[in-house]
Design a protein. Structure first.
Lengths: 387, 253
């Protein structure tokens, strides 16, 4: 009995910590900035793909070599920066024009999520080369033109002309490379099939705990989650940039009036949230294979966590994630059914004791919960986010 | 074009002092409603200029436009000879405009200390920004703040929040301090504290002040006044010439 409860708590915490890791970045972006980023899952997916790339790189040292065992730490760092950079580009290129317009943000970021999904399917040598050529010629051209004194007058034309010019140039490079090297450069790197990430040797297997095995990967993810939560907490509460972020969150106009560079704060906050998504992606890649749709499996759950937890407070996200994780596991394994002797009640719980029905039950509970606490577990007192 | 009344004092431009702030021909709209009409106003360096007028005549709108929170449809604002309108709000603050808005706008879920430290963002001295320290003069001006550094800004009383908001602006060592009704809704004893503090700041630092105020005693401290009505400046002059007649007409007292 006690063992099964312990097992339930451990597994619930384990599911919860994955949710928490995935939701942490979202809590910052959605919770602090009020931006609904539908591409958050895809940023996770990018983190997971970065892990596979780093792993491929470390394979060069040999599968059993001691260096290979530590690829995961390099992967975590790389995943953070890749996702943060993509997030930064997303914020500067799309989202900053849409602050205060949630519906447009929703649509635009959903579009970006589709683009990113297709991008990992079709990315190849030529695609990368064309992209680089396009960016170099477009942004390089803009940089040169900006030095002209009459830039403001020719801005519209300059953008249109450069877009066409860079597009043509990229296309030409694409054709030339494909013609010269053929399949070697046109072959997609990942394609549509799932990629497998092998956990490093020291994370395989489990630690025996009575009758149960605690899988080491799950313990690793829990530790990673704790570290990330702690890191975010300290960053927000102990650093100058954290203070600026909290200030902008609470009162954007007044923060600007105090001289806080709000645009930089926005970009940094978004990059941080995206980077955390990358770390989460690296973490979940240890649990199963990685595919273009990996991110979609998480996006609904992570939004649930943030909504249940309440906007703008980390503790809400933590409690929300762990609560949903434990509820999911306890309902899904039918533990509640075993606790009761009443046949009708037992039948009721049995009915929900599958993975997908447990989701239904948990979502129902969340809907009911939100009827009573629409602002979540830990609502922000006073003025809230008005981005 | 300036509307004039019989009580208007001679134009301010006869002053030979250099101007720190100059507002010319400013027109601001909220949607289609015309809020500010052809506003001309200037603040000479080192002086305290008071803007008076009843509620809803556009005083706060003028200050918000000055800070870049509202965009004018026409007109120009120059600060120390630099056009302000192309600058963002945070750039204007860093250029040396300290803004104490109506309603204080203390950051509610930040501690008093953090609120004060945020004031350093606009400080032009990088060493002071890095040091993240609160100078003693702040506590001398507002002793009450020293006792509640770790309290949340939102938990302070209105008067304490007002003192915090002014102290926060001072932390940035602005060249121009913009105060929007600093005595509104505050108990009389604290009004005097605030008045005294503002006077000491001006005397000690020689900063210029643009004050929006309804509290007559405070208005009298200013060097010059502008009176607003229906979105336009209708009278201006040295406050020494501020007659009871003008006060009757433009002040809600």
């Amino acid at each position: 009995m006690a063992a099964s409860i312990l097992d339930g708590i451990f597994n619930g915490l384990s599911i919860g910590s994955i949710l928490l890791l995935a939701a942490l970045g979202l809590a910052i972006v959605f919770g602090l900035m009020g931006v609904i980023n539908m591409a958050h899952g895809e940023l996770m997916m990018l983190g997971a793909y970065t892990t596979t790339v780093v792993q491929r790189g470390f394979r060069l040292f040999g599968d059993g070599s001691p260096l290979f065992d530590f690829y995961i730490f390099f992967a975590l760092i790389a995943a953070f920066f890749v996702a943060a950079l993509v997030g930064l580009a997303l914020e500067r290129g799309v989202i900053r024009f849409l602050y205060g317009r949630p519906l447009e943000t929703l649509l635009a970021t959903w579009g970006v999520s589709l683009i990113l999904q297709q991008f990992v399917r079709s990315v190849s040598g030529v695609v990368t080369a064309s992209l680089i050529v396009f960016c170099l010629s477009f942004f390089g051209g803009m940089w040169v033109l900006k030095k002209r004194t009459n830039f403001e007058q020719i801005r519209g034309w300059a953008i249109a002309a450069l877009l066409i010019l860079s597009g043509v140039l990229a296309r030409v490079v694409n054709r030339l490379l494909a013609g010269a090297y053929g399949l070697a450069v046109t072959q997609p790197w990942f394609g549509a099939q799932n990629q497998d990430v092998t956990a490093p040797g020291w994370l395989r297997g489990g630690i025996p705990m009575g009758a149960y095995q605690l899988p080491k990967t799950r313990i690793f993810i829990m530790a990673l989650t704790i570290l990330c939560v702690l890191g975010v907490y300290l960053f927000l509460n102990r650093t100058t940039w954290g203070m600026r972020i909290r200030s902008v969150t609470q009162n954007r106009n007044m923060s600007a009036c105090l001289g806080i560079p709000t645009q930089k704060v926005d970009a940094l906050t978004f990059a941080l949230g995206s980077g955390l998504a990358g770390i989460a992606g690296c973490g979940v890649s240890l649990l199963g294979s990685v595919g273009p749709n990996t991110g979609q499996n998480y996006i609904v759950n992570t939004f649930m966590v943030v909504v249940v937890g309440g906007v703008g407070k980390l503790i809400g996200t933590v409690v929300g994630a762990l609560g949903i994780g434990i509820a999911d596991y306890v309902v899904g394994t039918g533990m509640l059914a075993n606790l009761t002797n009443n046949e009708a009640v037992e039948g009721f719980f049995r009915f929900f004791a599958t993975t997908s029905m447990a989701k239904v039950m948990v979502f129902l509970l969340i809907v009911v919960f939100l009827q009573f606490r629409p602002a979540g577990l830990f609502p922000q007192k006073g003025r809230s986010v008005d981005a | 074009m300036t509307q004039t009344t019989s009580t208007v004092a001679p134009s301010l431009n006869d002053s030979t002092k250099p101007l720190i702030l100059q507002v010319a021909d400013l027109n601001v709209y909220y949607g289609e409603s015309h809020i500010l009409r052809d506003v001309d106003l200037s603040v000479p360096k080192g002086e305290m200029v008071c803007l008076i007028g009843r509620n809803g005549v556009g005083k706060t709108t003028l200050l918000k436009t000055l800070m870049g929170l509202l965009k004018p449809r026409r007109g120009a604002i120059t600060f120390e000879g630099t056009p302000l309108l192309p600058r963002t709000t945070d750039e204007r603050a860093r250029m040396g405009i300290g803004y104490v808005p109506q309603g204080r706008e203390v950051i509610p879920r930040l501690t008093v200390k953090e609120n004060l430290l945020l004031g350093l963002e606009a400080n032009s001295d990088p060493a002071k920004r890095r040091a993240q320290a609160i100078p003693d003069e702040i506590y001398e001006l507002f002793p009450v703040l020293k006792t509640m550094l770790s309290r949340m800004g939102g938990d302070l009383s209105g008067g304490q929040q007002q003192q915090l908001a002014i102290a926060r602006a001072i932390m940035g060592e602005p060249k121009l301090l913009v105060l929007d009704e600093p005595t509104e809704g505050i108990q009389p004893s604290i009004i005097l504290d605030i008045e005294r503090a503002v006077r000491r700041i001006i005397a000690a630092k020689g900063i210029s002040v643009l004050l929006v105020e309804q509290h007559l005693h405070f208005v009298r401290q200013a060097d010059r006044y502008y009176a607003m009505q229906k979105g336009g400046i209708v009278a201006s002059g040295p406050t020494s010439e501020l007659s009871n007649d003008v006060i009757q007409r433009f002040l809600a007292v």
